[in-house]
Design a protein around this ligand. Structure first.
Ligand SMILES: O=C(O)CCC(=O)C(=O)O
Length: 217
């Protein structure tokens, strides 16, 4: 049986989502998405996305890179934040000011107005890429939320519970949407079940990027 899709929220208004979980649908307008895309290009040139090794021995389905003081990384030694890019040996590029502006615009309206990220993990999904259900647990202090900006193709973002086996429901996210997970929802399992190829409104993006902002250190 098809699982129900959660209704889309509007900025600052996601009444059907669990406590601490927000979908700011359409938070970044078309011009803003273009600005983010242009800034993203600079980051990708400095730190090209790669697929990395996961704990079980396989490779991530999405390619990833980072910007900020720290970047999330996975390899045979496990999951952690690192201050230099293991693929290039260089420091991660800084978080572009355009990225910070949009995070700021969204978070000032919510319960974590003082959130200042020091890490931005960028995932790139080709049409068949996915991300399994997981918790974000490598950050020092879980009092800070995780803020995700979506760019490119639409996707099913899975909202789970607090145990891996708990039922997860799909929430459709589109380019320009911003997802915030904090407070009572900070440790929810979540993942990406499906990409909707060809739905990107941005000419320069075939696939989906998620920019996930964290206070890691
Ligand atoms: O791509 C997304 O929206 C989710 C990314 C995610 O869950 C993660 O990077 O931990």
């Amino acid at each position: 049986m098809r699982e129900p899709e959660l209704p889309l929220g509007s900025p600052g208004d996601s009444p059907t989502l669990p406590d601490g979980f927000f979908l700011h649908a359409g938070a970044v307008d078309a011009a803003g998405q273009e600005r983010l895309r242009a800034a993203l290009e600079g980051v990708l040139r400095a730190a090209p996305p790669v697929r990395t090794r996961v704990k079980g021995g396989g490779m991530t389905s999405a390619a990833m890179t980072n910007c900020g003081d720290a970047g999330w990384w996975s390899d045979a030694s496990g999951y952690r934040y690192v201050t230099t890019n293991p693929a290039t040996g260089a420091p991660w590029p800084p978080i572009p000011v355009e990225f910070r502006n949009y995070v700021q615009r969204v978070v000032v309206k919510g319960p974590w107005p003082d959130f200042v990220p020091d890490a931005c993990l960028i995932n790139f999904y080709e049409p068949r890429a996915k991300m399994g259900l997981h918790q974000d647990r490598d950050e020092k202090d879980f009092a800070h939320p995780i803020v995700t900006v979506c760019l490119g193709d639409a996707a099913d973002f899975m909202v789970g519970g607090f145990a891996r086996g708990d039922k997860a429901v799909p929430m459709k996210v589109r380019s320009g949407d911003v997802v915030v997970m904090g407070g009572a929802s900070r440790m929810r399992f979540h993942g990406i079940r499906k990409i909707y190829p060809g739905t990107s409104p941005l000419a320069g993006i075939n696939g989906r990027y998620s920019l996930t902002f964290r206070k890691a250190l």
